[in-house]
Design a protein around this ligand. Structure first.
Ligand SMILES: [Zn+2]
Length: 80
């Protein structure tokens, strides 16, 4: 949670609709790090919670999305 769902336009696959919060990295790596070394596991968890999280396209998981509202504004500016 944390990020409010927002409508986006994906510049990669042209998906339009609600963005999805996607986590980079994998839970398996996180667990392995926790089991082997406590400190790296902790750092990896923090990384995934902060830098490894982004609001992206639910279809192709691209980060290259723009706000649907802004996209439509830009599109109507172009048309005018
Ligand atoms: Zn996409």
């Amino acid at each position: 949670m944390g990020l409010l769902s927002r409508e986006i336009h994906c510049t990669t696959c042209n998906f339009e609709g609600n963005a999805k919060t996607i986590h980079k990295g994998s839970l398996a790596v996180e667990i392995a790090l926790w089991l082997c070394f406590l400190a790296p596991g902790f750092i990896y968890t923090i990384w995934r919670m902060t830098a490894g999280k982004y609001s992206g396209c639910p279809q192709c998981k691209s980060e290259r999305v723009v706000d649907l509202k802004k996209w439509n504004e830009r599109a109507s500016n172009r048309a005018a």
